[in-house]
Write a protein that binds this ligand. Structure first.
Ligand code: S3P
Length: 412
């Protein structure tokens, strides 16, 4: 391997995709044990590599030289082999600085809590201090190595204004985990999570629900890769290119989720859209029918709505972890807030708003057998659809026009 990423577990990494969007060197993933990494560095048979968990601190004493920010932080994520001399850099520093700027979250004059005690928490500590925070505290479970405990954070630092999570809590597959209860902090101006898988962690969605500006880690990931790629090649990359690569990657990973009334066209729009964008199409009602082995109408008749909703929630929890798909949901999926937050983890939600006069009754759909059913359901649910969505689209037109509206908004 001449260029690539070294870490213990790399299945989740987007780094090869990002580097391939920047330059044409062959960027590989290479999982190694600590001992394998030591002998890899000793052999010096590579051009440049990135280093990730859990080795960012371990490599420090194995290098010949460190640039100033890597030396100051004590963690390295980029190693360049300069004619046999190994030089360590920390491009996570630029990554986090860029993310804070991009997300418009200022730490200047503010008190910051950094969750976690590893290399990234040290990087965050350096970044926020350099940006002029009034105070930065690192928080860990053990409270060692200059960190305070979570207990101390809750007892004495509820006036924190910015929280940055650098722990793996909330990362796929443990998407239901959140490192700290946000609602007790009443002074928050911003919440940042360095996790990028899922795109929106539970912590970020909790911040969202509390109307606190927040950001996930995808922009940081791209920015640190851009900075590393500049060191790899000696060529500069513009801020515009960084944003382009980020937007491309976000689109590739994001699910497009369709919500709306029964018979509003979610399945037909979804399957056309998926075909057009060359993406997998998932229809939650179809998956429910397959799982139970009955049609939706039969499930309602034999087992009742409550059972149907439980299966629907299970299916949504499973498929919401996927990325890059088009997902059509059943009209009532939004009745359960948990379904909505699951779908938001990796998705942008479009509400196909088709007016009652354009919705047809159907004997196959248990909840819209009469025109009165449609009117009542629309009135009962309108606010829920509007609240759950990222975008509302008027869907009174035919399928192709609605597909075009989504494509134009999403910006392919
Ligand atoms: C429902 C809508 C249906 C199906 C079930 C419940 C609802 O899906 O999930 O009958 O509560 O609105 P469509 O929206 O595809 O009809």
């Amino acid at each position: 391997m001449k260029y690539g990423l070294i870490g213990e577990k790399l299945g989740h990494s987007f780094s090869p995709e990002i580097h391939h969007k920047l330059f044409d060197y062959d960027y590989r993933l290479c999982e190694m044990s600590g001992d394998e990494l030591r002998s890899f560095l000793q052999k010096r048979d590579f051009c440049a590599v990135n280093i990730t968990l859990p080795y960012k601190e371990l490599v420090v004493p194995l290098l010949d030289e460190l640039d100033s920010s890597a030396a100051n932080i004590g963690a390295v994520n980029t190693i360049i082999n300069h004619d046999g001399k190994l030089i360590g850099y920390n491009t996570d520093y630029f990554g986090l600085q860029s993310l804070l700027e991009y997300a418009g979250i200022s730490v200047k004059g503010r008190k910051v809590l950094i969750l976690g005690s590893g290399g990234t928490s040290k990087t965050a500590y350096a970044v926020v201090n350099d940006l002029g925070c009034s105070q930065a505290l690192r928080v860990s479970r053990a409270g060692r190595d200059g960190c305070i405990t979570y207990q101390q954070a809750i007892e004495s630092h509820l006036d924190a204004q910015v929280i940055i999570n650098t722990t793996p809590c909330g990362m796929d597959p443990d998407v239901d985990c959140s490192p700290i209860e946000l609602s007790v902090f009443t002074n928050l101006f911003g919440v940042v999570d360095v996790i990028y898988n899922p795109l929106q962690t539970k912590l970020v969605s909790e911040a969202d629900a509390l109307d606190i500006p927040s950001a996930g880690g995808l922009f940081m990931l791209v920015a640190q890769a851009v900075s590393a790629a500049q060191l790899f090649t000696g060529q500069s990359i513009t801020a515009q290119k960084l944003k382009e690569v980020y937007t491309d990657l976000l689109r590739e990973k994001q699910n497009i989720v369709l919500i709306g009334m029964p018979a509003s066209g979610k399945s037909s729009v979804g399957s056309k859209l998926a075909q057009l964008l060359n993406r997998p199409f998932i229809d939650t009602d179809v998956l429910i029918e397959q799982r139970v082995g009955l049609t939706i109408a039969q499930i309602f008749e034999e087992y009742g709505e409550e059972y149907f909703r439980a299966v629907e929630a299970d299916i949504i929890a499973e498929i919401a972890n996927q990325q890059g798909a088009v997902i059509a949901t059943g009209g009532g999926a939004i009745l359960n807030r948990e379904n909505v937050s699951m779908l938001k983890r990796n998705g942008i939600i479009y509400f196909l708003d088709r007016s009652p006069e354009y919705l047809s009754i159907s004997q196959e759909r248990p909840l819209i057998k009469t025109a009165e059913d449609i009117k009542r359901l629309y009135d009962d649910r309108y606010e829920l659809y509007a609240d759950a969505c990222d975008r509302r689209l008027s869907a009174n037109n035919d399928v192709d026009e609605v597909v075009t509206l989504i494509v134009d908004d999403w910006g392919v």
